[in-house]
Design a protein around this ligand. Structure first.
Ligand SMILES: [Zn+2]
Length: 529
């Protein structure tokens, strides 16, 4: 078999595919003209358990459609070589957020066949005091369920807004959403939909509630048919730290379009920061009576670090700078970009804030660790025929987020140093996501000939439409699969890269979330800049 990037390759890029199980390959144009032929020595690959080789066809630059065959006649997915080949994938990965909107009707003119009624318009009550209700209108459904979570939402927004700070032009395309043509670029209008909901999660004293979900997950029904009441769980320092950071960051970006809104965001950030200063101890409790996703995280040092970097950018506060310096003495990751470890978002704030603002010493300390990590990733990727910067034990739940945040680290290393090897390695991570993997599957719905079709996503199961909504990233292979579909397929006996099922029931390998899409938006935007 030959595994290819089903979203295609740009004419000038390094073009690589992975040959598996056979030494011979031939590349054809769609019409059957032979373009390239070769024989390669195979090596054992630990991630996939297959014998593989790298097919480098960078020399082929003519735009058009192609496919490979191996010596046994197995045909690869078809793919294109063309300029701007990621345009559709980038647009779909951003439009995904619109399809996750809560609290409004998705009209046909924007949502096409996936139009649906408004959901969850009844507000929510505070767990500690059920008599108090809040509007809780708007925001994005987090994942395959209908919950809304502050830490997850802030991280998704951060991937996109840091991308917007670094390469705004690449992300300002028409998304055909209700706000299109208004005062904000579409992507900022989309992000505002989440920010506005988040503002409602903050108390008067600045503390921010952790999540707003039903008490238990609802069934596989359309969102407007979910009539469970929404409960707002207690304030956490995790949510408050992330909230301060994202509001400060957003206030700077939105200022160019709406000064008044920027002030609302900045004031919310300051209020959250004051709460963090007054509450230096870790605050998080997971109420056992609410059984939806916990997003449990037993350390808030990284959330406080991220908040401090953005508050220093916002107001130049000395207390924020002191916190940054004290955290740098601890051993926390300064390049992690997931929902629980956000130290890398702090580093992005410092990179975008610049040496002059943060001082050369602090800037260099954070940036050097980032580049070290990019070097490590490049080395791991260089040692397997998928070009993948993962080892078998790193196929955790949501491994595609790890692949994509690794690609972010590589893109930013390229941004900092101009060394093209980082960029190529980032491209190989995208190749993997779009089909150059041992499942021969594109992990983005609607993109690629063999894209996955059965995400663990309630509307896709309940809407009666055959095709899934396009632009959703699957969580991907999970080293420790733990759901009914995984058990039925004896998945745990497979090599790590194959512990995956395109099955709606497989929440541990095939769910979707906003923060698995957002790093894809960043990386595709970086490639398009
Ligand atoms: Zn909803």
């Amino acid at each position: 078999m030959v595994y290819v990037n089903q979203a295609g390759y740009s004419p000038e890029s390094k073009k690589k595919a992975t040959l598996s199980g056979d030494e011979n390959f031939t590349l054809y144009t769609k019409s059957g003209r032979e373009v390239l032929k070769g024989k390669l020595a195979l090596h054992h690959d630990d991630n996939s358990g297959e014998d593989t080789a790298v097919v480098d066809f960078s020399e082929v630059r003519e735009q058009g459609s192609y496919y490979f065959t191996d010596g046994k006649g197995n045909k690869s997915a078809e793919f294109v070589i063309k300029k701007n080949h990621y345009h559709e994938a980038l647009r779909a990965s951003m439009k995904m957020l619109y399809f996750q909107r809560c609290g409004m009707e998705l009209e046909e003119k924007y949502a096409g066949v996936f139009a649906r009624k408004a959901c969850h318009c009844g507000g929510g009550y505070l767990l500690e005091n059920p008599k108090i209700r809040r509007k809780m209108l708007g925001g994005w459904h987090d994942a395959g369920d209908y919950g809304r979570y502050v830490t997850a939402g802030a991280v998704a927004l951060a991937h996109i807004l840091y991308g917007y700070e670094m390469f705004p032009g690449a992300l300002t395309m028409d998304l055909n959403i209700p706000e299109s043509g208004g005062k904000y670029p579409d992507i900022l209008a989309e992000c505002k939909y989440e920010l506005d909901w988040m503002l409602d999660m903050q108390d008067e004293d600045g503390g921010v509630h952790h999540k707003c979900t039903s008490q238990n997950f609802c069934g596989f029904v359309m969102p407007d048919e979910d009539d469970l009441d929404m409960v707002i769980t207690p304030v956490s320092s995790l949510a408050t730290g992330d909230f301060a950071a994202i509001m400060a960051l957003a206030s700077r970006i939105y200022k160019a379009y709406d000064e008044e809104y920027a002030k609302v965001l900045a004031d919310a950030a300051r209020l959250a920061w004051d709460w963090l200063v007054k509450n230096p101890a870790f605050v998080f409790e997971n109420p056992t009576e609410v059984t939806t996703g916990t997003y449990e995280d037993m350390c808030d040092t990284d959330e406080r670090l991220w908040a401090a970097t953005e508050m220093f950018r916002l107001d130049g506060r000395e207390d924020a700078r002191k916190i940054i310096l004290s955290v740098l003495e601890l051993r926390i990751s300064l390049y992690s970009l997931g929902w629980s470890d956000v130290g890398g978002l702090g580093t992005l704030a410092v990179i975008n804030g610049g040496k002059e603002l943060f001082g050369e010493d602090l800037y260099n300390r954070m940036v050097l660790k980032w580049v070290d990590e990019a070097n490590r990733l490049k080395s791991v990727a260089g040692n397997n025929d998928f070009g993948l910067a993962l080892r078998p034990a790193e196929f955790v739940w949501g491994s595609n987020m790890v692949v994509l945040t690794n690609a972010m680290v590589l893109c930013v290393a390229h941004y900092l140093t101009g060394e093209v090897g980082y960029l190529w390695t980032a491209e190989y991570q995208l190749d993997y996501i779009f089909g150059r993997n041992a499942n021969d599957i594109s992990y983005v719905t609607g993109i690629g000939e063999r894209a996955f079709r059965h995400p663990h996503l309630r509307p896709t199961e309940a809407d009666g439409i055959d095709d899934p909504i396009p632009g959703f990233v699957s969580g991907g292979p999970n080293f420790r699969p733990c759901d009914e579909a995984a058990n039925m397929e004896n998945m745990a006996d497979q090599p790590a890269m194959k512990r995956y099922a395109d099955d709606m029931r497989s929440y541990s390998t095939n769910e979707i979330t906003i923060y698995w899409n957002s790093p894809l938006v960043f990386v595709l935007g970086y490639m398009a800049r």
